[in-house]
Design a protein around this ligand. Structure first.
Ligand code: 13P
Length: 241
């Protein structure tokens, strides 16, 4: 099981002290198989990866520019620069960035560049509330997968994160049947082997044991609750123990 912490725009150098508890937890729970990935803001990738050096916890970024080369792109960072400071993963296609104008085509270019850099990609897809209400969920997921992964043959570095937009930060999670349906639809879009599939959206210690029972969920992408070591550890414990 994967437990990916998406810190979004949260954290400074002092915040890293919070991680001591999670490091201790991961070291003392070796008999259970699980993977923790922290995706802090870019400012913390280097210090965090140094701090996690002797642990199994890995570090990822939350986005990158689509160009693999250096260039005149003020304020941007590309995938190889993220790799260089310790990132092993990058979250791409998050709805908070899609809402700012990221298109499926742009996300496709970003994924290709991240693959070239040797990063693993946490590729976010998910429908809005309006799309769900108008029964467009499958259509949206299909489009996001097809366009986002267009002409990418080797998908071994891709992990899908199904994050219904209406579930992010709202405390509302999909009904069991709807989630089973969405996950199996995602699976059906892959011809041979389908990638690992994470669920994201209001995951907490109270709903984790319900969510873990959904077939083919390989872990969680956790926003708000990942900022608290206690809440994050509680989710892991509820899921694996
Ligand atoms: P919350 O867990 O805060 O709902 O955020 C989910 C998310 O967007 C993770 O990428």
């Amino acid at each position: 099981m994967y437990f990916v912490a998406n810190w979004k725009m949260f954290g400074d150098l002092r915040t890293l002290n919070l991680l001591d508890k999670v490091i201790k937890f991961s070291k003392t729970n070796k008999k259970h198989k699980f993977k923790i990935v922290y995706c802090p803001p870019n400012t913390l990738i280097r210090p965090l990866s140094r701090r996690l050096k002797k642990t199994k916890i890995e570090v990822g970024a939350q986005n990158c520019h689509h160009s693999y080369e250096y260039g005149a792109h003020t304020g941007q960072v590309n995938s190889s620069m993220l790799k260089n400071v310790g990132a092993k993963y990058v979250i791409l296609g998050h709805s908070e960035n899609r809402q700012l104008g990221e298109t499926d085509n742009l996300i496709n270019l970003k994924i290709k560049s991240a693959i070239k850099s040797g990063l693993k990609i946490i590729f976010c897809i998910g429908e809005t509330l309006k799309e769900r209400r108008t029964k467009k969920t499958n259509q949206v997921l299909k489009r996001q997968i097809e366009k986002g992964l267009k002409s990418i043959k080797n998908k071994s570095k891709i992990i899908i994160a199904y994050e219904p937009v209406w579930s992010i930060g709202t405390g509302v999670i999909p009904k069991e049947a709807a989630l089973i349906q969405a996950i199996s639809f995602i699976k059906s879009r892959f011809v041979k082997k389908y990638p690992k599939i994470l669920y994201g959206g209001s995951v907490n210690a109270n709903n984790a044991d319900k969510l873990k029972k959904i077939p083919n969920i390989d872990g969680f992408l956790i926003g708000g609750a990942s900022q608290s070591p206690k809440k994050f550890i509680d989710i892991i414990q509820k899921t694996i123990i």
